[in-house]
Write a protein that binds this ligand. Structure first.
Ligand code: MTE
Ligand code: MO
Length: 440
């Protein structure tokens, strides 16, 4: 089960738990009426440089010029520079009862491009990280198949391989923000998403090997961790674009991400991407119906629930500037940057507003535009130092437009936790600090 927000905690508790340094008023609703003296940066405009002779970093000899550094035998597996120590996953202690059934968050504000480094992919697990000897790992396919099969890891690596870049988003991402602005940083509001290149074999290929019977309609995927997490996937999706993956960004899956084997269910909510995958059972009904209650439903205002809301809707967020990535360089050239994604395919366009959604400009998408993967966008501005209410709004290839939070609440009420893809607002103050707010 996903983490649930604890509504009894105060805003100050949120602040101290997340070690944020924001102002006291992040729940305030700001009217979208700020003056904006912001121009789109002229082509080729560059930040001003200091004359070389005036800069001691140029005119004096630095420590690192005086000594030899580490040799090639010092770092068999490289780690980031010690100056990058802020680029780490973080959790929010009050969200869950125990860190072994919990979540941490990708530091989106520290990243660029579309690929999440393996060590920074957020983790969500219900029974802690399972540590496996791959030689002992087996994948079984049983149920409504002609030939039940058991594969070793070696067997799986002898099937034809595919390389695919996909985002994974937990359905609870942004769930704490349903009722209003709460957590002060895109790491916490949007960090239950990552995007890596997977290497694996198509699930279709493995199912064909076992031979799915005509009454097979669902694939039940089971994990080998202590939670033995089981999820049902409609056969149609299983035969479409799912992968049984054993590598991420070229290297073996990390233990946190399901080493040695995980299911990849492109564009669909993260809980179906079963890690430490050990069994695929073909059945004629979904696993959910065997349980007393169905998990991962969206409770509506009228008491009814939305079930089987698998596709992750079109969404985006500005990652910089943002509460954890304030503007420190003053007025002048400013790079606004963010990510956009959709479970429906590619992102067609991203609009950015600096006045709380009154006016929009088309952002520049840079880097690969791959279906069901993160997209990186930029808006290059000349900032005059005035306050801004920055927002991004993504549109996907099927024409779906990211809604405002008010539109979402009008449609689904306030009881939901899952599938919050509403437009995020950051309040940029004149001193460059940034706060999570909502505009009305
Ligand atoms: N076996 C197993 N698979 C699992 C889980 C789990 O607890 N056990 N958590 C699921 C949930 S809810 C999510 S959001 C994703 C998170 O994937 P990640 O840890 O690679 O970010 O894994 C899914 N697969
Ligand atoms: Mo999740």
């Amino acid at each position: 089960m996903p983490p649930k927000p604890d509504r009894t905690r105060t805003q100050d508790a949120v602040k101290s738990d997340t070690e944020m340094s924001a102002g006291p008023s992040r729940r305030q609703l700001l009217s979208a009426g700020l003056a904006t003296g912001v121009g789109v940066a002229a082509a080729g405009m560059a930040p001003k440089a200091v004359a070389a002779t005036a800069d001691p970093a140029i005119t004096t000899i630095q420590d690192w010029n005086k000594y030899l550094g580490d040799g090639v035998d010092a770092r068999p597996y490289g780690v980031p520079s010690p100056y990058e120590k802020e680029a780490v996953r973080r959790n929010v202690a009050w969200l869950t009862a125990d860190p072994k059934s919990s979540v941490n968050f990708t530091p989106l504000h520290e990243l660029d491009g579309i690929i999440t480094p393996n060590g920074l992919c957020f983790e969500r697990h219900h029974g802690g990280i399972a540590e496996y000897d791959p030689a002992e790992h087996r994948l079984m396919i049983n149920g409504l198949v002609e030939t039940p099969l058991v594969f070793t890891m070696e067997d799986i690596k002898r099937f034809p391989r595919e390389n695919k870049v996909y985002f994974l988003e937990c359905a609870a991402n942004s769930g704490m923000e349903w009722r209003g602005a709460q957590l002060n940083g895109c790491q916490f509001t949007h960090g239950m998403v990552h995007c890596v290149m997977y290497t694996g074999v198509s699930l279709r290929r493995l199912l064909e090997e076992a031979g799915v019977r005509t009454n097979g309609k669902w694939v039940l995927a089971e994990g080998a961790d202590a939670s033995a997490m089981t999820r049902s996937i409609p056969l149609e999706k299983a035969l479409d674009d799912c992968l049984v993956a054993y590598r991420m960004n070229g290297e073996a899956l990390r233990p946190e991400q399901g080493y040695p084997l995980r299911l990849v269910v492109p564009g669909w909510e993260g809980n179906m991407w079963v890690k430490w995958l050990r069994r695929l059972e073909v059945g004629d009904q979904p696993w959910h119906q065997r349980e007393e209650t169905s998990k991962y439903t969206d409770l509506l205002e009228n008491g009814k629930a939305r079930r089987f809301t698998w596709v992750m809707d079109v969404k985006s967020v500005i990652t910089s500037p943002s509460p954890q990535a304030p503007i420190t360089h003053g007025r002048g050239p400013l790079v606004i940057s963010g990510i956009a994604w959709s479970g429906n395919g590619t992102i067609k366009r991203v609009d950015v507003s600096v006045d709380g959604g009154k006016n929009w400009r088309t952002a520049r998408i840079d880097g690969p535009s791959l279906p069901k993967a993160l997209h990186r966008f930029y808006l290059d501005l000349d900032w005059d130092g005035s306050e801004l209410l920055i927002q991004s709004r993504a549109i996907d290839e099927r024409g779906f437009i990211q809604p405002t939070k008010d539109e979402l609440r009008a449609a689904r009420g306030e009881n939901s936790i899952y599938h919050n893809n509403g437009i995020q607002t950051w309040y940029v103050k004149a001193d460059g600090t940034v706060e999570n707010v909502e505009v009305s």
